[in-house]
Design a protein around this ligand. Structure first.
Ligand code: TYM
Length: 338
């Protein structure tokens, strides 16, 4: 972490919300890439608990979910001695920079965000200001650490675009301050779809049979995949527009096995959907079982989790302060010592 400017690796930031259980979509779209990129970049992975407050949460459950997501970060193999793995709320700079960015974000930009439109339709009784300004807090998460790279699924592309625009706007008003970040999207699986409605993204807020949770038991994974919606022509061919169900299963299979679509078609076409769904289940179970075994151990070790949480929050805070000092000065906030 403490290398000189010249030899410093590029910085990577990503976050996952601790709302409910994580899905195979979160894993293929984001978490799996965190592990693949960890050695190449100087990384921060955050459990973005402040974001979770935009939807009403049960406080005790939220606390549990935060530890659950941190345990999953560690269970996929992220190394807390190498990367900073911490809770967003433990670094108050996120909220502070979020406010400053709110003040250069236009209402029109926020109104166009599809996640805001979706979530306000789903939680019509609680369309709060936090839900609206969520994207500028997300921009703050990224810009606070001068991040170069942000691995995310396709659903976060619009938010990343806003973060880039805000960085450029701030730099042009106040002078060069922020790195303008790039997104990293997986080649296959940037948008894993619902198993029951394959034209919608797989989401933890939908009914249980529409998603695979990372901690689902093997027999549940197999059952959900067998029941996944597919068309009735029985050909294993990648055609997301006309055959969204089977194409989604092919994306999942491709992401976890590394096989490309032509190889999958050559191997499974003509053998029927049943055989292919079983092969997808075998591959997903083989991928998730070792993670689940590590999760069981890590999540039971509260002392270890507490140590990771505290140590990494301190280090993240120190990094955040560097950017904040600069930002406060640029926007004209007086230093504490005049
Ligand atoms: P969240 O918590 O909804 O999802 C975490 C990550 O999982 C990806 N993802 C998917 N990828 C493929 N297919 C799917 N069906 C699928 N569902 C979710 C998301 O794209 C995301 O990468 N706003 C973010 C959290 C966040 C963040 C950040 C991310 C807050 N600050 C700064 C990056 C950088 C969110 O709600 O993700």
């Amino acid at each position: 972490m403490e290398q000189t400017q010249v030899e410093r690796k590029k910085r990577l930031f990503s976050g996952i919300q601790p709302t409910g259980t994580l899905t195979l979509g979160n894993y293929i779209g984001a978490l799996r890439n965190f592990k693949l990129l960890e050695d190449q970049y100087d990384c921060l992975f955050s459990v973005v608990d402040l974001h979770a407050l935009t939807v009403r949460q049960d406080p005790a459950q939220l606390r549990k979910n935060c530890l659950k997501v941190m345990s999953l970060f560690l269970a996929v193999g992220l190394d807390p001695d190498k990367s900073l793995i911490y809770f967003q709320s433990h670094v108050s700079g996120h909220a502070e920079l979020g406010w400053i960015l709110d003040c250069i974000t236009y209402m029109g930009e926020l109104s166009r965000m599809t996640q805001f439109k979706d979530k306000s339709a789903r939680h019509a009784d609680n369309i709060n200001a936090g839900l609206f300004t969520y994207p500028s807090l997300m921009a703050a998460d990224i810009l606070l650490y001068q991040s170069d790279m942000v691995p995310i699924g396709a659903d976060q592309k619009q938010h990343l675009e806003l973060a880039r625009n805000l960085a450029e706007r701030f730099n042009s008003v106040y002078g060069e301050t922020f790195v303008v970040p790039d997104g990293y999207f997986p080649k296959v699986g940037a948008r894993i779809m619902s198993l029951q409605e394959p034209t919608r993204k797989m989401s933890k807020s939908d009914p249980e049979d529409t998603y695979i949770a990372l901690l689902d038991e093997p027999n549940i994974i197999r059952k959900k995949l067998r029941r996944a919606q597919t068309d009735c022509d029985n050909s294993v061919v990648f055609d997301p527009e006309n055959k969204p169900g089977i194409s989604n299963l092919m994306s999942i299979f491709s992401a976890v096995t590394g096989k490309n679509m032509d190889e999958i078609t050559a191997e499974y076409d003509g053998r029927g959907y049943g055989a292919f769904k079983d092969a997808v289940a075998d591959a997903v179970i083989a991928e998730l079982e070792p993670i689940q075994a590590r999760y069981a151990k890590i999540s039971a070790d509260k002392a270890y989790l507490a140590e990771v949480m505290t140590k990494n929050a301190e280090r993240a805070n120190a990094l955040a302060q560097r950017t904040l000092l600069k930002v406060r000065r640029k926007v004209g906030l007086a230093a504490l010592k005049l």
